[in-house]
Write a protein that binds this ligand. Structure first.
Ligand code: NAP
Length: 249
C-alpha cells in the first residue's frame, strides 16, 4: 500500500517540524517545505528517515507563485497523489504600534501570511477536488489566537493576517465541501518556538505564560496533535472547524 502524502509548509522548525514528525509516525510520506534554513529542514528529514519514514525537503517561498507550482510538482513526481496540505508557514515582524508600520511591512505580512495559504490551497484543490478528478483530501490552516485578541501594541498586522486566515478557512471549506475536501483551522497561542525572537522578544512566552488559565506556554508537539487530528479520518465529520490550542486564552 502506498503512503498518503502530506505537504507541510514551514516544516523545518517549530510547529511545522513537530507536525512533520507526527504525520511521518502515522505513516505519511512528508514533504518538509522550508524557506532558507536548509540545515534545519535536512535535520527533520533525516530524523524521519532514521525512524523508517518517508520524507523529502523542498525549498520554496510559499508566497511566490512560481515556487509554489514547483513545490507541488516536485511532490507529484517524488511522493505521489496529495492527501493533506498543512498551511503552516508564516512570519512575525518586530513589535510596534500600528501607526508606525510602513506600507512595505504591512504588505510583507499580508503576502507572506495570507497569499501563501491561498496559493498553496489553489494547487491542493486542483489535485484533491473530485471536480478535478481528484480523490478528495484535507487542508489544515494554521491561524493564531491573535485573530481573536488582535495583538494590540505588538503586531496588529500579524493578527489581521490571521483573521483573514480564519475567514478564508470558512469560505473555502464551504466552497469545496461537496468535492471531497475538508478545510479546518488550528489556532495556537504562546508556543515555545523561534517565532517570538522574530517579533523582537525571544522570551515572550515566559513573560506572558502566567496570564494563561493553564499557567504555562505550549509545546509545538501539542499543536501538531490538533493539526494531525484535523487531517485524519478521526475528524471525518468536521469541516470549517476551529481548534484553539492556546492554554485557555
Ligand atoms: P517558526 O518557528 O518561526 O518557523 C517558521 C517556519 O516557516 C520555518 O520553517 C520557516 O522556514 C518557514 N517559513 C517562513 N516563511 C516562509 C515562506 N515564505 N515560505 C516557506 N517557508 C516559510 O514558526 P512557528 O512558531 O512554528 O509558527 C508556525 C505557525 O504557527 C505560523 O503560522 C504561526 O503564525 C503560527 N502560530 C505560532 C504561535 C507561537 O506561539 N509560536 C502562536 C500562534 C500561531 P526557515 O526555517 O527556512 O526559515
Amino acid at each position: 500500500m502506498t503512503s498518503p502524502v502530506v505537504i507541510i509548509t514551514g516544516a523545518s522548525r517549530g510547529i511545522g517540524a513537530a507536525s512533520a514528525k507526527l504525520f511521518a509516525e502515522n505513516g505519511y510520506a512528508v514533504c518538509v517545505n522550508y524557506l532558507s534554513n536548509h540545515e534545519a529542514a535536512t535535520k527533520v528529514v533525516n530524523e524521519i528517515r532514521e525512524s523508517g519514514g518517508i520524507a523529502i525537503a523542498v525549498q520554496a517561498d510559499v508566497s511566490n507563485e512560481n515556487d509554489v507550482e514547483r513545490l507541488f510538482k516536485t511532490v507529484d513526481n517524488e511522493l505521489g497523489q496529495l492527501a493533506v496540505l498543512v498551511n503552516n508557514a508564516a512570519i512575525l515582524q518586530p513589535q510596534m504600534r500600528f501607526e508606525m508600520m510602513s506600507l512595505e511591512r504591512i504588505e510583507r505580512t499580508l503576502i507572506k501570511n495570507i497569499a501563501s495559504t491561498m496559493l498553496c490551497s489553489q494547487q491542493a484543490i486542483k489535485r484533491m477536488s473530485t471536480s478535478h478528478n481528484g480523490n478528495g483530501g484535507c487542508i489544515v490552516n494554521v491561524s493564531s489566537g491573535a485573530s481573536r485578541t488582535g495583538s494590540p501594541n505588538e503586531y496588529i498586522d500579524y493578527a489581521a493576517s490571521k483573521g483573514a486566515i480564519d475567514t478564508f478557512t470558512k469560505g473555502l471549506a464551504l466552497e469545496v465541501a461537496a468535492e471531497g475536501i475538508r478545510v479546518n483551522c488550528v489556532r495556537p497561542g504562546l508556543i515555545y518556538t523561534d517565532m517570538h525572537a522574530d517579533g523582537g522578544e525571544a522570551q515572550r512566552v515566559d513573560r506572558l505564560k502566567s496570564k494563561l488559565p493553564l499557567q504555562r506556554g505550549g509545546l509545538p508537539s501539542e499543536v501538531a496533535e490538533a493539526i494531525y487530528w484535523s487531517a485524519s479520518d478521526k475528524s471525518s465529520f468536521s469541516t470549517a472547524n476551529f481548534i484553539d490550542v492556546s492554554g485557555g486564552l
